[in-house]
Design a binder for this molecule. Structure first.
Ligand code: NAD
Length: 497
């Protein structure tokens, strides 16, 4: 088994990983679990132990929320002029950007992410901080309302301590999507990273102290979902909650927030479609969709996992995809020539393989076999890309697999394609592929999901709202002004004249 030391890591990464135990960051202090409990995080590409991490308990979460409340009130984070908060967020962005390779190596090791993709995630974090730091300075805190007979205005206020529960597929990037708007608006944060990938959030919270963000503004409580996550979701001291993860856990978090009447934003799973018409460049479309389904080994909520293809180009499209998927270079995530790394853990590999079996049991055809993959010298969790085909009334076409598996089905005309794309409980992201841009726009707008892309899949930019409807989420607008506005509550002040 390879060890971490063998892997040509930056000295800063080696010294970061050399700690006996990783602690929570609460009110600027490194804090162990009150019960002394720990859990382990492993490199998904080699199975090697990366770190032992504090498993924070409910009373630890209490302390973290109290620290966030103290930073909100006593350190007066919300009372800082907006440009001074923005300066600190830019300093954090600068500091992260200077350490881009360090954080990318940590993320790549912890999440099993291809190194170049991890670098992209870290850069996205930097861009998110800068986007919200700049945007917040252009929003008027007080807006006079022109109403007959009254002097009236709306005034916005930060909420206070906000909770963030995040998944393992984009650990730092998603922390950024939460922290950027929340902190720019004057709120403070308690983050519960996923148990598979706690390291980048801990690194970040320590770095935030170095750039002068007041203690308690960013708190990180690592731990298991049903303990630490549940304690945070249930905490009455939070003023807002944001959850990113599976619909099953999202429902539990929403129930807990409902009991406390804490507003909650949910970013959940997806079962996106790519609708491919017969006027496309088939080879080019196959290139792009194969790239999308293998990106981060298919562990991407907004992926196109149902490929709906007009009947007369169906066979050609399938053949082009099979050739490409067979040639995907599966390898250790930090090897320069690897295109697709491991999935995050053994359970996730079993999940992917299980869906291939369940799908076939319900009648799907296995077009490309998939299965477990071997990577020489590495005892990680590798899977091969797979293709299923058949009726969409199949478990593998209905449920989120979260691996490099696409489900194919032919369609005859536009109306049928839209109906098939919309025949899902999810509503996150779809794409439509056609040379006829009028038709492409029509189909894009008819698809029952928050994000529709044309002749591309996975197109993100700060300023374009991202979110989900149906089983994919509640309260979208991520990475746009909508989310920033969400992180203020709005007050009317009125005097009759
Ligand atoms: P998950 O729901 O299992 O876990 C997400 C987080 O919730 C983790 O931090 C986990 O520890 C915590 N958690 C688990 N049980 C909990 C409980 N009882 N109470 C409170 N917290 C608990 O999801 P995952 O497997 O880590 O991530 C994959 C899922 O995330 C997929 O469904 C994917 O589509 C979704 N996702 C959505 C988006 C989006 O923007 N819509 C982005 C990334 C991932």
């Amino acid at each position: 088994m390879a060890t971490v030391a063998e892997q040509d890591l930056l000295p800063e990464v080696q010294s970061f990983l050399a700690r006996d135990q990783f602690h929570a960051v609460i009110g600027g202090q490194r804090v162990a679990s009150s019960r002394g409990e720990t859990f382990e995080t492993r490199d998904p590409g080699s199975g090697t132990l990366l770190a032992t991490v504090a498993n924070m308990q409910a009373d630890d979460v209490d302390r973290a929320v109290a620290a966030a409340q103290a930073a909100f009130v006593e350190a007066d984070w919300a009372g800082l002029p907006v440009n001074e908060r923005a300066v600190l967020l830019h300093r954090l962005a600068d500091a992260v950007e200077k350490r881009l390779l360090i954080l990318a190596q940590i993320e790549s090791l912890d999440a099993g992410k291809i190194l170049a993709q991890a670098e992209g995630d870290v850069q996205n974090f930097v861009d998110t901080m800068r986007y919200f730091a700049d945007l917040a300075q252009h929003v008027q805190p007080r807006i006079a309302l022109a109403i007959k007979g009254v002097e009236a205005a709306t005034v916005h206020h930060a909420w206070g301590p906000c909770g963030f529960i995040v998944p393992w597929n984009f650990p730092l990037l998603l922390v950024g999507w939460g922290l950027g708007p929340a902190l720019a608006a004057g709120n403070t944060a308690v983050i519960k990273p996923a148990e598979d990938t706690p390291l980048s959030a801990i690194y970040l919270a320590e770095l935030a102290q170095e750039v002068g963000i007041p203690d308690g503004v960013i708190n990180v409580v690592p731990g298991l979902g049903e303990v630490t996550g549940a304690a945070l979701a249930n905490h009455p001291g939070l003023r807002r909650m944001s959850f990113t993860g599976s619909p099953e856990v999202g429902r539990l978090v929403a129930e807990a927030c409902g009991r406390n009447l804490t507003p909650v934003k949910l970013e959940l799973g997806g079962k996106g479609a790519a609708v491919i018409f017969n006027d496309v460049d088939v080879a080019d479309t196959a290139d792009k969709l194969v790239e999308a389904i293998t990106f981060h080994t298919g562990q991407v909520c907004c992926d196109a996992t149902r490929w709906l293809v007009q009947r007369d180009v169906y066979d050609q499209f399938v053949d082009e995809c099979v050739v490409r998927l067979k040639n995907v270079r599966i390898g250790y995530q930090r090897d320069a020539d690897a295109q697709m790394g491991p999935v995050v853990n053994a359970k996730q590999r079993e999940r992917v393989l299980g869906y291939l079996k369940k799908g076939q049991d319900e009648g799907a055809e296995l077009v490309l076999e998939g299965g477990a993959a071997e990577v020489s010298g590495r005892e990680g969790f590798y899977v091969k890309p797979a293709l299923l085909a058949g009726s969409l009334d199949n478990v593998a076409a209905r449920e989120e697999i979260f691996g490099p598996v696409a489900y194919l089905a032919p369609f005859d005309d536009e109306e049928q394609a839209v109906a098939m794309a919309n025949a899902t409980d999810y509503g996150l992201a779809n794409s439509v592929w056609s040379a006829d841009l009028g038709r492409a726009r029509r189909v894009a707008e008819a698809m029952d999901a928050s994000n529709s892309w044309i002749n591309a899949h996975n197109v993100f930019s700060h300023g374009i709202p991202y979110g989900g409807v149906k089983k994919s989420g509640v309260g979208g607008g991520v990475n746009s002004i909508e989310t920033l506005l969400d992180y203020w509550w709005h007050q009317s002040v009125v005097r009759p004249l």
